[in-house]
Design a protein around this ligand. Structure first.
Ligand SMILES: [Zn+2]
Length: 245
């Protein structure tokens, strides 16, 4: 058992956060994944060699099944941060993710920026999603990733009150802007290898859906996931986030 606080302290992120404060960075604290000014969130423990593939903004009826096929073929388990309204529209797909052995997390009801929302709205966004996922899967989710990584102290306090551990990331590239699979995989490989050299595991974000455009092309993200699995499976261990909290 590793506490999220221990994880972030061990990652040496306190100094970074202090620098951000000196720079007057409310926006930094609200948006930057490594900032812990607003309270600790799970990022990644000092376990080099462990990788968590996480997929945000689904479920998506076109791309999530392709991803599930890939993960099944390679016997890799991943974490899916689902948008509540999309989950409500695709309950069979949510059950398919779960029955394949993956972990499901809360990614808000409609992908709102929760650094700007009122406390009542934050609670509604998180609670509706947790309730919907619990109705579909039989159990409430344990993990929550704020859309855009955007948060303020109330965001994380409300999440914890609802039994949700806030999660951020340490390996992401703009796969949602639709670069090539090779470009996505290359950028993530650099980040993963750099984290490994620093003694850290990698909490990797890719997108199997889009909060703004359900028909967005996610083929490059799925193909990049295949490249990462092919590259790292011989030497690294793919885990779901519950292995870290
Ligand atoms: Zn998102």
């Amino acid at each position: 058992m590793i506490s999220p606080l221990a994880i972030e302290l061990s990652a040496g992120l306190g100094a970074t956060a202090s620098l951000a404060l000196a720079a007057g960075g409310f926006a930094y604290a609200a948006l930057w994944p490594a900032s812990r000014l607003f309270g600790p969130a799970l990022i990644a423990p000092p376990r080099p060699g462990e990788l968590a593939l996480t997929f945000d903004d689904g479920p998506n009826p076109l791309w999530t099944p392709r991803l599930l096929d890939l993960l099944d073929r390679r016997s890799v388990r991943a974490t899916f941060f689902l948008v509540g309204s999309r989950a409500q529209a695709e309950p069979a797909l949510v059950r398919q993710i779960l029955s394949a052995g993956h972990l499901i997390g809360n990614h808000s009801w409609s992908h709102l920026n929760l650094a700007l929302a009122s406390s009542a709205t934050i609670e509604d966004q998180l609670y509706r999603t947790t309730q919907t996922l619990a109705e579909i899967t039989g159990a409430p989710p344990r993990f929550f990733r704020p859309p855009y990584g955007a948060r303020r102290p109330a965001t994380l306090a409300i999440a914890r009150r609802l039994g949700l551990t806030p999660v951020l990331w340490n390996a992401m590239t703009s796969d949602w802007k639709n670069p090539s699979a090779d470009a996505i995989a290359l950028r993530l490989t650099h980040k993963i290898d750099s984290l490994y050299r620093r003694g850290l595991s990698a909490n990797i974000v890719l997108h199997d859906g889009s909060h703004s455009n359900p028909s967005a092309d996610r083929a490059p993200s799925v193909a990049a996931a295949a490249q990462l699995i092919a590259r790292y499976q011989p030497t690294h261990q793919f885990v779901t986030l519950d292995a870290w909290a």
